[in-house]
Design a protein around this ligand. Sequence first.
Ligand code: PMP
Length: 389
Amino acid sequence: MTEIYFDNSATTRISPEALRVFCEVSEEHYGNPSSRHSRGADAERLLDDARGAVRGALGATGGEVVFTAGGTEANNLAILGRLRAKPRFMRGGKILTTAGEHASVSHPVESLRSAGLTVAAIPTAGGVLDLDTLRREATPDVCLVSMMLVNNESGALYDLAAVAKIVHAACPDAVFHVDATQAFLKIPFTVKSLGCDLVTVSSHKIRGPKGVGALWISPAVIKNRGIAPVTLGGGQEGDLRSGTENVPGIAAFAAAVRDGLAAREETIAHLADLRAYLIDRVQHTPALAEVRVNLPPVAAPHIVSLTMPRIKSETMLHYLSSKGIYVSSGSACSSHDAHLSSAMLAFGLTEREADTTVRVSFGVTNTREEVDTFLAALADGVAHLIRTR
Ligand code: PMP
């Protein structure tokens, strides 16, 4: 059975080049970057190169890149680290975020709400960030804004440049954190075009190894000491993330970043073509009349959300999996029900609709032929599963 992997927003297969670098660095450059001898310096040079690669891909001329154990840890550092640096905001401070964030943002934000901060989650109905509500909520007590650029479930691309303008004008103490985990190398943004202070990226979403990520921190936040560590220890990563760095993982991440950046425009065009093709076929194939596309007005090129009101997503996911086709049934981070997607509820789906929604997410090696095979299996699945309900 040939396999079709359409779950690239969950994770990607490591690229051959990133894997080669991972193995080479593990074998040949095994020093501890904190060691004073030349093996240590050799490893440290790899980290510096990798910082340059991440900075370059974010279009940043300055600032610090702090390597972490993934997007989750970078998000926690941004959010909890902000309040650790400025504990006075623990009383009377406010956080702005979006409805439907990934759990690695919503859970630390929730923990700060429990500790006494005010939180405003800006609505994202229809995949559009509600800027009118944001304008009302952007008050001078805001100390942190944490928002994703691309929603991992709906694929919605939010207008964070507009958020930055509003926030920087109305909230003098606000630091603007962007979770760019799903957007990195799939949307041509820079830290300047977003007007942000902190950016999260993750390696395994861009064909690097798992368990590696980074937080970019603007020169202004570094200068103000606007962020403090949450992991304490030996003082690595500019004292912002202690622990011996994952040098092979970071070097392999950097290889994936370089390759991803070099091919970015081509990749975006290819992913957008697959997405447009899939949406068109779903909307014009009678056998797929049951399937509805959840279409944000502006979206990332690699994510499509599909609702089949009469078929539970788990059921469809298992049916497709039995045919060697891998999609996702939504992330396990909901306010109501452990398996419903909070992002799709915030999008405006009912609980029942959210429970019957699957996500297709493309990677660079996917093809139109795979989309055709997927759609044929989906049509068979719809017919079969409705009959056997
Ligand atoms: N943010 C978003 C939007 C994500 O999609 C993910 C991964 N599903 C993360 C953060 C967490 O990244 P990681 O898996 O590297 O911890």
